[in-house]
Design a protein around this ligand. Sequence first.
Ligand code: HPA
Length: 279
Amino acid sequence: MYEQLGETREWIQAQTDLVPSVGVVLGSGLGGLVGHLQVEREISYQDIPHFPVSTVAGHAGKLVFGSLGSTRIVAMQGRLHYYEGHPMRSLAYPIALMKMLGVKTLVVSNAAGGMNPDFEPGDLMVITDHINLFGDNPLIGLNDERLGPRFPDMTEVYSRGLIDLAEDRARALGVSLKRGVYVGLSGPAYETAAEIRYMQSIGGDAVGMSTVPEAMTARYLGLDVLGISCITNMSTGLATEKHSHQEVLKTAQAAAKRFCKLVADVVRALGDEQDGTSF
Ligand code: HPA
């Protein structure tokens, strides 16, 4: 993988001079953050050598290089999902690529079902920790020590400092921000009511089909991670209606303005932080 990553990096660096310090993975219906960027270069996944390609409706599938204030970022508009048939290791590839391009901090976002009865559709939640119920792991296989350790520590997958920063910025902006544990599983079927009761009982607040592979990979690579969920629906058993992807996208789009405001503000503050000025 390391050699392929080197080739992909070289190819990308021939397309853009921008050196990103923050990587952003945009979840379903949350791609609008790109509208807040001063865009430098957009590259479709299918044009990038060795890059795994995504197909699901609602996921555009491009890397967007640009700036938010003084922060230079690379955003994945359209993520790769395990349920599309990508092997777990493929989900690690874009994250490892971001690291090789200069990224130090990864911001991951997602649409998720609310399992905490205090949540409601449209809420934003900062992820404090996760539970991996994928039954798989992106780090399985031969390990390349140039990327990270064989047995990476997962004590603080989601950086306390970044959680504090997100909560501070949310308060300052008047954006309500819940906090909680994200449970990740493969999908693509939504959960049964019994599965939701199980996940509530083990400490889950929100459930979704992404984020865990990327966050785990990022920690393995030594990146700091911030995770933000958009609660697009209450999960099975708590919801009054059946789930649909249309409903998920509709609620995500309705919450997108608050999501973008918060994430853009946090990312701007990160640039200031990395430049050594205060935020
Ligand atoms: N379950 C799993 N994934 C999801 C959900 C859900 O209820 N909503 C959005 N993504």
